[in-house]
Design a binder for this molecule. Structure first.
Ligand code: FES
Ligand code: FES
Length: 160
């Protein structure tokens, strides 16, 4: 089996690893590098549990081969907290009960965090559309939308 030497920068740390052509990015992150935040659900691009950020874009890492990300800057849910402090979005998920079993949460956080970077006073409907690629079978989404809204409100308040 042909192996490829690749470099992945994950949350600011460079990793060199050898992967097979068929190794998925999510598999490399979880099994080779120990970033187990990205979960494997459907493996068919439907659930979003595997969402990570690659070069600034939230993508489903079950839909990308690791070799395709050679040299990329990858951010996973493990990189959201700073110095052990939860990021504001994570705090709001906690405050607003935006998770139950937590399986969808890492992917949901990465999608929402990416969306929040450019979001400007979105409606609840727009927030729902932004997270429509991430399925949650527990919460009914209301509390997740609340958490995202609360993060935006907190950010606006801090700029006033
Ligand atoms: S595991 Fe990747 S979208 Fe479901
Ligand atoms: S909290 Fe259980 S799937 Fe979302």
């Amino acid at each position: 089996m042909t192996e490829h030497e690749i470099t992945l920068s994950v949350n600011g740390t460079d990793h060199e690893l050898a992967v097979e052509s068929r190794t998925l990015l999510v598999t490399a992150l979880r099994e080779e590098l120990g970033y187990t935040g990205a979960n494997v659900g459907c493996e068919t691009a439907r659930c979003g549990a595997c969402t990570v950020r690659v070069d600034g874009e939230a993508i489903k890492s079950c839909m990308r081969f690791a070799v395709q990300s050679d040299g990329a800057e990858i951010e996973t849910v493990e990189g959201l907290a700073e110095n052990g402090d939860l990021a504001p979005l994570q705090e709001q998920f906690q405050e607003n009960h935006g998770l139950q079993c937590g399986f969808c949460t890492p992917g949901m956080l990465m999608t929402a965090d990416t969306y929040l970077k450019d979001a400007d006073d979105p409606s609840r409907e727009e927030i729902r559309e932004a997270i429509e690629g991430n399925l949650c079978r527990c919460t009914g989404y209301h509390n997740i939308v609340d958490a995202i809204e609360a993060t935006l409100e907190q950010r606006e308040a801090s700029h006033e």
